[in-house]
Design a binder for this molecule. Structure first.
Ligand SMILES: O=C(O)CCC(=O)C(=O)O
Ligand SMILES: [Fe+2]
Length: 239
């Protein structure tokens, strides 16, 4: 990938047929490289500049795990805005197809701007884009990023450091609660600059009696050494 490719183009160049198949099978799928190591470092450096953020969450204080994350204001840095804008239209057909399989409503308009207007009208008007920082001993409890009735069912996390080099441990985790059975877990090493598309709440799985809803949760295993940063993109706003 040339140093200068804008993130919108790298998202467009992603093999979306393969990614969709992977998402349908597992509820999560890696994108390949979206941004350069230099862009990763630039995004990580934003963490220390207060004016980009509206709120800082101490995960231990809320019993969300250990570590900190910061919610960006709506005035997103260009690269973050570009990535979010580029993903929405690609994720939309998948969200609609899943809703159709589950016989659920698909309230998502064609554009992210229109969808965000609906979120705001329903009282979800705060930015939900986050930058996370984990040090040794930090982790993220299994959870779902649902902030109200307005929910877009897919989200993206982008790794900003190199597993094994910048940090050890810190795998992205997902569990899938299977119908009338015990849960299945996955652990994913997130390469620097790569994205992982995953299910926010639940996904359709084929059963003998048709499509069934499998609740999913995600989190991060304990970081053993070094520092791990990630950029979290969510497509609904928070209350
Ligand atoms: O740090 C991670 O890999 C996961 C962060 C997270 O929970 C999210 O992006 O929603
Ligand atoms: Fe999350």
């Amino acid at each position: 990938m040339p140093e200068t490719t804008p993130p919108a183009e790298t998202v467009a160049q992603t093999d979306w047929a393969a990614l969709t198949a992977e998402l349908d099978t597992h509820g999560h799928a890696l994108t390949g490289q979206l941004i350069t190591p230099a862009e990763c470092r630039d995004i990580t450096a934003l963490y220390d500049h207060q004016h980009h953020f509206r709120t800082t969450v101490d995960m231990a204080r809320h019993r969300f795990g250990s570590g900190r994350y910061r919610y960006f204001t709506h005035d997103l840095p260009d690269v973050v805005q570009a990535l979010r804008d580029a993903f929405y239209p690609r994720l939309l057909p998948i969200a609609r197809e899943w809703a159709a399989k589950l016989g659920k409503p698909a309230p998502w308009p064609d554009t992210l701007a229109e969808w965000l207007e609906k979120c705001h009208a329903a009282g979800q008007h705060r930015s939900a884009q986050i930058l996370l920082r984990y040090g040794p001993g930090d982790w993220n409890a299994l959870h779902r990023d649902v902030f109200g009735d307005m929910l877009f069912p897919l989200q993206v996390v982008i790794g900003l450091d190199t597993p094994g080099a910048d940090f050890t441990g810190g795998e992205f985790l997902m569990t899938e609660q299977r119908p009338r059975a015990q849960s299945r877990g996955s652990a994913i090493a997130l390469p620097q600059g790569h994205g992982l598309v995953f299910t926010t709440r639940d996904r359709p799985v084929a059963t003998k009696r048709g499509w069934s809803n499998a609740p999913m949760r995600h989190g991060v295993s304990t970081v053993r050494s070094g520092r791990r940063h990630t950029l979290g993109l969510v497509f609904h706003d928070a209350a």
